[in-house]
Design a protein around this ligand. Structure first.
Ligand code: ADP
Ligand code: AMP
Length: 215
């Protein structure tokens, strides 16, 4: 089985492609953003601690997200898609160590390349299914029946608290300051492949599949 990181700024399409890989290949999506939103929704102590930071669009601490990934990996399994993790060099080092302790490694890091102008339109139009996590867009990928999820039929469609232009500005700054150095980090390890994230979803999916199948 293959372990893959989807790397790219908010709105690059990581979650959309991760969901396809889960459906098509039975891989396991590990999204730290989803885990943190679940913690926030549950009202746990950790959830309350991260809520404000997330809503502003800043990164939560390395200790918290590394802890979440460590717990999840301890449950076992193979064939992970890391979506939104790692986001700092410290997280990247920690992931390398956790995988090597499990006798596993990283097969590919796929950088989803997009430009900032497209991200604003993508983020401000995004909504998701609260039940199954399907990702939609007001203009480019609406539900077939208004208000009803195509995948599971749920009416629980929602927008994220941080999908505003203001929070997106912060999220992009965080990406360029703290996450973009990972491009060089994984290039130096010979793991990096780029795909054009501006292409239609199907085209991006084909490019992602080509990278994974080439490993
Ligand atoms: P990320 O997980 O990287 O933040 P998402 O997968 O949630 O990004 O996608 C952000 C928004 O852009 C969603 O509304 C999604 O429907 C839309 N989207 C994703 N991929 C594409 C694409 N290739 N072309 C057009 N819109 C896309
Ligand atoms: P995402 O769903 O990946 O867009 O993440 C939403 C928010 O969760 C981010 O803006 C951060 O506040 C937080 N977050 C998610 N993943 C991480 C991570 N790996 N490191 C730090 N913060 C994270």
């Amino acid at each position: 089985m293959t372990n893959v990181i989807l790397l790219g700024p908010p709105g690059a399409g990581k979650g959309t492609q991760a969901k396809r890989l889960v459906e098509e290949r039975g891989m396991v999506q590990l999204s730290t953003g989803d885990m943190l939103r679940d913690a926030k929704a549950s009202g746990s102590e950790m959830g309350r601690k991260v809520a404000e930071v997330m809503d502003r669009g800043e990164l939560v601490t390395d200790e918290i997200v590394i802890g979440l990934i460590r717990e999840r990996l301890a449950e076992g399994g193979k064939g992970y898609i890391f979506d939104g993790f790692p986001r700092t060099l410290k997280q990247a080092d920690a992931l390398g160590e956790l995988l090597s302790q499990m006798g596993q490694g990283l097969d590919a890091v796929i950088e989803m390349q997009v430009d900032d102008a497209a991200l604003v339109a993508r983020i401000t139009g995004r909504f998701t299914c609260g039940n199954c996590g399907a990702v939609y867009h007001d203009r480019t990928h609406p539900t077939k029946v208004a208000g009803v999820c195509d995948v599971c039929g749920s009416h629980d469609l929602k927008r994220r608290a941080d999908d505003t232009e203001d929070a997106l500005r912060f999220r992009l700054m965080e990406y360029y300051k703290k996450t973009s150095p990972l491009v060089g980090y994984y290039y130096a390890k010979g793991k990096l492949s780029g795909v054009d994230g501006l292409a239609p979803v199907e085209t991006v999916a084909a490019a992602v599949a080509k990278v994974i199948d080439g490993k």
